[in-house]
Design a protein around this ligand. Structure first.
Ligand SMILES: [Fe+2]
Length: 197
């Protein structure tokens, strides 16, 4: 396993409920991430996560913020320290005494790489929306109308075409949808609706 974290516990339970502000999270993102497209990806995943927490799981504002922060920071160490992904952001959030649920979700967003199984709803949905969101955005860039009029059927076609956004793992997308117990078309339609930020 290339990025195995070799850990199963993340954060400190004493920090439960400790959320950093969106301002602080954006500051961290801007300090650490140099790539504009990666920043956009993280903002898009954050928007979808927040919307899911609110609309589907019916969480209050604190719950929504947790999901949003997990999405916003999950790849914070990716472009500058790819060999250290995602150990570095995990340790930084532990240092900042962030709620362990957020750290755990980030640690489990790539079970094949980090060796951490997604367990909570937040874990599972971050894993589910990460790769999917990237593929949907790539699709929007090749459509004359971008996100306008995009539907799940078109995205599924792109999923089948293995040469399109070839770096996006179809295997992970299918695995994540199955673990989330959700229909892939539902996840696609939800992401299309919420990620255009
Ligand atoms: Fe990501």
């Amino acid at each position: 396993m290339t990025h195995a974290l070799n850990r199963t516990e993340f954060g400190d339970n004493a920090n439960k409920g400790n959320l950093i502000s969106l301002e602080e999270a954006n500051q961290l993102l801007n300090d650490w991430v140099k790539s504009d497209s990666l920043k956009r990806h993280m903002r898009q995943v954050a928007a979808v996560m927040k919307a899911w927490a609110k609309d589907v799981d019916g969480l209050d504002e604190t719950g929504q913020r947790k999901w949003e922060l997990a999405g916003l920071l999950h790849d914070a160490d990716w472009d500058q320290w790819p060999d250290d992904h995602c150990r570095r952001i995990i340790e930084e959030l532990e240092r900042r005494a962030v709620d362990p649920e957020i750290i755990r979700a980030i640690a489990s967003h790539g079970p094949r790489f980090f060796g951490v199984e997604p367990v909570t709803q937040m874990d599972k949905m971050l894993y589910a929306f990460d790769e999917l969101s990237g593929l949907i955005h790539a699709y929007s860039l090749m459509r004359p109308t971008g996100y306008d009029g995009m539907d799940a059927k078109g995205v599924r076609k792109r999923l089948k075409d293995k040469t399109f956004a070839a770096q996006v793992s179809r295997e992970d997308i299918a695995d994540a949808a199955q673990r989330a117990g959700r229909d892939l078309d539902e996840l696609i339609a939800f992401a299309i609706r919420h990620q255009n930020v």
